[in-house]
Each structure stands twice: as structure tokens, then as C-alpha cells.
Design a protein around this ligand. Structure first.
Ligand code: SF4
Length: 216
């Protein structure tokens, strides 16, 4: 495990590489944000943005999603993976929003994770991006980067990783660090063929040395 100082230095390097790291999903309000994050499970942000460009024109409120049949909603989102379960969750989520929250997305973790289709990661993204609450959402990129750079151990669960990152990184940097690790993982330290040869973190990364040795 790296020290807090070392972790901060590594995050600094990511910030130099990606000063503009941000949420790449398009949305206009917290309701659209929840739906975009829900839709992004096992799908790229690019595909979700392509879909929501038209979806969010047709459906603007929770009631709009309940005014159509499940089959119609499925047809409207069928370009992305898991569309059947996502359509079902969207309608259940909209129903609950109307019944319990007057159609407004709640802003606490405990309430968010009760919404259908909203797990820990989605709730953390919504809090951080939509409500400016410091959180670290651990997705596949954040998990991989944390393990490669020694922020967490290889066999740590997603929850372990989240807790370790929250201990290692100062709270005021949680949200930005989440985006930095996603950008770093998406565009530099990719799952396959990471750019180890030109990586500014190579000297402090055991995984990079192992990967290069393996490739030779
Ligand atoms: Fe990722 Fe390779 Fe850089 Fe390590 S050296 S952080 S594995 S790109």
C-alpha cells in the first residue's frame, strides 16, 4: 500500500495529464443524471450519450416514462446492453420517485440506493456529480487503477477499494480524484495495452514493470 503522500503525488500526475477530467455523460438535471448513470452499466458513456440525445427529448419527467408501455420503453433504449432490465428499473424508479419523493431525485446515499437499479456506485456518482457531495465512486477503471498503483490490494472488493481511497485521499479531492482515475484508466492505463512505456508513473508502478517484462 502506498502512503497518503505518494497517493497525492500520483493523483497530481493524473491531474497534469487530464486537467479537464469530468463526468462524460450528458445530462441537464439530477433526474437525467440518475438515468444516464443507470443506463451506463456495462455500456460506454458514448453509447449512452448517443441514446439519451433522443431519449431525453421524448421523456422529460418521471411521469413520461410511465405513460408508455414497458415494451415501448424497451424499444426506445434497445441500442444499449441489458435494455430489458434497464427499462424495467427505469419505470420502477420513476414510480418510486413520484410516490415517495414528489418526482424529485433524493440527495442522500441511503435514499438513492433504495431506488431500483441504483447501486452504491451509481449513488456515489449522483451525489458527487449531481449534488457536489464529496464521494468516490469505484467503477471498473477506478478499481483497476487503484490496484495497479498500490492504492488497494489485488483481492480487495469494490467496497474495500472505496474505503481505502477515502482514507488515502483528502476529502476535498475525492470527487475530482474519481474523475481523474476514470480518465487515466480510460485513456492511458487501459485494461488492455496500458501505455506503460510512456507512463509518468512508471517508476512507482510495479504493475507497469511486470507488464513490460511479460511483453518482452
Ligand atoms: Fe498503468 Fe502502466 Fe502506468 Fe502502471 S506504468 S500506471 S500499469 S500505464
Amino acid at each position: 500500500m502506498v502512503s497518503k503522500k505518494k497517493a497525492a503525488e500520483m493523483i497530481d500526475v493524473m491531474e497534469e495529464l487530464f486537467p479537464d477530467a469530468h463526468c462524460e455523460l450528458n445530462f441537464k438535471n439530477e433526474f437525467e443524471l440518475v438515468l444516464a448513470v443507470l443506463l451506463s452499466a456495462q455500456t460506454t458513456d458514448k453509447s449512452v450519450n448517443k441514446l439519451t440525445a433522443t431519449l431525453f427529448e421524448k421523456y422529460k419527467t418521471p411521469q413520461d416514462y410511465l405513460n408508455v408501455t414497458l415494451e415501448e420503453l424497451e424499444q426506445d433504449i434497445k441500442t444499449i446492453g441489458l435494455y430489458r432490465s434497464k427499462a424495467k428499473n427505469i419505470q420502477a424508479l420513476c414510480r418510486l420517485l413520484l410516490e415517495e419523493y414528489n418526482g424529485v431525485v433524493p440527495n442522500t446515499f441511503e435514499e438513492l440506493v433504495k431506488l431500483p437499479g441504483v447501486g452504491r456506485k451509481t449513488a456515489n456518482v449522483v451525489l458527487s456529480v449531481g449534488f457536489d457531495v464529496p464521494r468516490i465512486a469505484v467503477d471498473t477503471h477506478v478499481d483497476r487503477i487503484s490496484k495497479r498503483l498500490g492504492f488497494a490490494k489485488a483481492d480487495d472488493t469494490v467496497l474495500d477499494v472505496e474505503h481505502k481511497l477515502m482514507r488515502l485521499i483528502k476529502e476535498e479531492r475525492w470527487s475530482k480524484s474519481h474523475h481523474l482515475m476514470i480518465f487515466f484508466g480510460r485513456y492511458h492505463c487501459t485494461a488492455k495495452n496500458p501505455k506503460c512505456e510512456t507512463c509518468p508513473l512508471f517508476t512507482s508502478c510495479k504493475e507497469g514493470k511486470r507488464l513490460i517484462k511479460k511483453a518482452k
